[in-house]
Design a protein around this ligand. Structure first.
Ligand SMILES: [Zn+2]
Length: 461
């Protein structure tokens, strides 16, 4: 990299002790968003973050009320003509139970084996800390940042983000930016640097089949009425083809095909099918033979029954025709699918194949947007160059099978491309007992973000 980072790197070097102490202080706050008795601790963590942004010279710093846990907002907007980045991380953490499985106390962090062990050490206080210190490196060393930053740090990520969307919508005007940087992900297997470029969307539905007011005697009525459980099974059986593809008409119409470059990047990531099968206790890997495991996970849509019930499920026999039967059915979506259109196609198809003699309805429970930022987007390329500079390796480009609600919201409500850049290692035990964060990843993360701000200033977005 052409730019000189010697003074910034020297700052990171000489503040090593202070940085670690500050990180451990943040980890000592048990900011468990899901548990009422920790409401004060969650707010204390928000305060902790806000104070630090304020002290280093950020403006409009506030704990913005959401109706739940507060959002920390702060901005620094004096890099005229340079890009504006909306930075997201979260300061809340997962609950700690079962506590007896922790070998060290979750909120009394221990430094051991090159790692810090504590709840939230990786998810997501590592990134809160990294952003605080990367910004501080610039402001204390050079008195300015090379880009404009708008910081949004959430306190409800681990408890459902109930107030996130409405807060984003209400603050739409002041959140204008060139792209959103989400720091809540990590490296690939083997601790290989990675940028997450894709997340899948979701449509979640329930199918209800009703035949009578109450369960019927199967001797008296059997043969003369439609059975809702049989009818539901008929419907479900027709939703997918034998090869695993989805049979709903037009389901794949908008699916963006993989480019040769996309497929090359997927192929570059090592994934051993045998150990994948063993590690997760799978019978076998099964899916569309035209795609690899990682392609199916990141770039192909799905339809799955998540639950199915109806009729008698107790011990022995009970000779009834169940009054009703139900299934939860959800689809994972990829670019460029429309969640609403997908729901309508699924609903219309179910209605069109509904057997006679029962009432069938399909209800949408929720949905979420996918997000996909091209590998050659300038913000992605800039992040990749900084990872190479700090970690010495070309990053992998991950497309995750799941969703990060913030990513979907930034795409849908603010129309922003999203780059997911994070530094946690795959064995961090996030959400589980004995969570940890590698200190070399954390420090490398700070240096990467420090470079990223400069690289973005040099890159037309
Ligand atoms: Zn997280």
């Amino acid at each position: 990299m052409a730019a000189d980072f010697a003074d910034l790197d020297a700052f990171v070097d000489r503040t090593a002790d202070e940085r670690l102490a500050d990180y451990l202080d943040l980890l000592r706050l048990p900011s468990i968003g899901a548990q009422k008795e920790h409401d004060g601790d969650v707010r204390a963590a928000a305060q902790f973050v806000a104070e630090r942004f304020e002290q280093m010279g950020f403006e409009h710093v506030e704990l913005s009320e959401t109706g739940g846990h507060p959002m920390v907002y702060a901005d620094w907007l004096h890099a005229e003509g340079a890009p504006t980045v909306l930075v997201y991380a979260h300061y809340d953490v997962q609950p700690v139970d079962p506590l007896e499985l922790w070998t060290r106390p979750p909120f009394d962090p221990v430094v051991e084996g090159g790692r810090v062990w504590a709840r939230g050490a990786a998810d997501d206080k590592s990134h809160v800390h990294a952003h605080l210190w990367a910004a501080r490196a610039w402001l204390e060393t050079r008195g300015k940042l090379p880009v404009n930053l708008k910081i949004v740090m959430e306190g409800e990520e681990e408890s459902g983000s109930d107030h996130f969307d409405s807060w984003i919508v209400a603050n739409r005007d002041r959140l204008k930016a060139d792209f959103a940087l989400i720091s809540d992900t990590g490296f690939y297997e083997g601790n290989k640097p990675a940028i997450t470029v894709g997340l899948r969307g979701l449509v979640y539905t329930q199918i209800d089949v009703v035949g009578s007011k109450v369960d019927l005697h199967s001797g008296s009525y059997g043969g003369n009425v439609q059975n809702p459980a049989n009818a539901l099974a008929t419907i479900i059986a027709r939703l997918k083809n034998d090869d695993g593809s989805v049979a709903v008409p037009h389901f794949y119409d908008e699916v963006r095909p993989l480019t040769p470059r996309d497929r090359q990047e997927f192929a570059r990531m090592p994934l051993d099918e045998a150990s994948f099968t063993k590690e997760h206790g799978l019978h076998s890997v099964w899916g569309d033979p035209g795609f690899s495991i990682l392609e199916r996970r990141g770039a192909r849509p799905t339809l799955d029954v998540n639950g199915i019930w109806g009729g008698y499920q107790g011990e022995g026999s009970k000779t009834i025709i169940p009054a009703h039967a139900h299934a939860k059915v959800s689809c994972r979506l990829v670019a460029d699918m429309d969640p609403h259109k997908t729901f309508e196609r699924l609903r219309d198809f179910v209605m069109s194949i509904a057997p006679q003699g029962v009432d069938v309805s399909v209800t949408k429970i929720n949905d979420g947007m996918w997000s996909l930022t091209p590998i050659d987007h300038p913000a992605t390329k800039a992040a990749a160059a900084c990872l190479v500079d700090v970690f010495g390796e070309q990053p992998y480009y991950l497309r995750e099978g799941g969703s990060i609600p913030a990513g979907a919201t930034f795409t849908r409500e603010l129309g922003l491309p999203v780059v997911l850049l994070g530094f946690t290692q795959p064995d961090d035990q996030a959400h589980a007992p004995n969570e940890s964060m590698r200190l070399d990843n954390l420090e490398g993360g700070i240096r990467t973000i420090v470079r990223y701000w400069q690289k973005l200033a040099d890159t037309p977005l």
